[in-house]
Design a protein around this ligand. Sequence first.
Ligand code: SF4
Ligand code: SF4
Length: 361
Amino acid sequence: MAEPAAPRKTDIGPPHYEQFLHPVIKKNYGKWKYHEYMKPGVMVHVSETGDKIYSIRVGSPRLISVDVIRMFADLADKYCDGYLRFTSRNNVEFLTDKEANIDPLIQDVQAGGYPVGGTDNSISNIIHTQGWVHCHSAATDVSGLVKATMDELYEYFVEMKLPHKVKIAAACCLNMCGAVHCSDIAILGIHRRPPQINDDSVSNVCEIPTTVSSCPTAAIRPTTVEGKQTVKVDGDRCMFCANCYTVCPAMPIADPLNDGVSIWVGGKVSNARSEPKFTKLAIPFLPNNPPRWPEVTDAIKKIVDVYAAGANRYERVGEWIERIGWPKFFDLTGFEFTKYHIDDFRHAGETFKRSAQIKFQ
Ligand code: SF4
Ligand code: SF4
């Protein structure tokens, strides 16, 4: 009988993660008993066997150069036997089983210009979508915007002084590749004008049936202009998602005057204490104002400051707002309540407030 064939070698899909686990993590897989925070940015996980693994969390600028990756890799070689990982919020986490290595590693990280923190009751790294680096639907430069915001919130990254963790996310258009719908505070780039159609180019550079079917609200129809096949957009149906521009470059949607940023609050993924929540609109529009976006950073700082001053211990932003009531939230932050805050989407019935009672405090 023939020998069974050797496993096929393939480059499809990622390699099995197990080969990258720290030996202590691999040895204690499924046996971890508890973890605790030793100081900002430093966690220890303790196993039933008595083994310990230390994680040192470092803020990354998200858009990182090869030089920076090399620096992190060299530090991992020096202090952590080469083990590090990137978290889902783009923090860099160094992993070591040697407690004595923690402080020298932190000193080297800080000497390299990077902060250590982001654990427990702090603001973790702000996650953001890929933006203009890879995607052309962007309504703002999330990388610059997040850098400016994080600089403003630095103290909340390096200290654990908030009532609970605060997760902030930014997405550069309403396709929301990031976790903006379920973060405590969300920054969302928005277009406010339908795509502009270049009738001369559509039939040359776009497949018209694909373009028509790319629209989630059926706002695009084929048409003919001066004998040329093209498309038209029903502006009342358009929700400015830029899907059509992705498949048809003759329909640019970016617009320096009308594009900007909206702010959303109160989302979370966690099931602890209260059910997961979607974010809700706080500010419908702020201008794109690079390089430091002062209007946006002021608004985010305001939300964090009033939350820090008023929330109970272990209360997430959404739980705090629901306890004090949305009118009080607008009152405390000074944000204007506008017609855009009234939810008029189809199927939004479940989110309407049906009772006449409003909780003022
Ligand atoms: Fe592209 Fe929008 Fe995703 Fe940003 S959020 S990466 S613009 S699809
Ligand atoms: Fe349709 Fe979105 Fe294009 Fe508007 S931006 S026409 S909603 S695909």
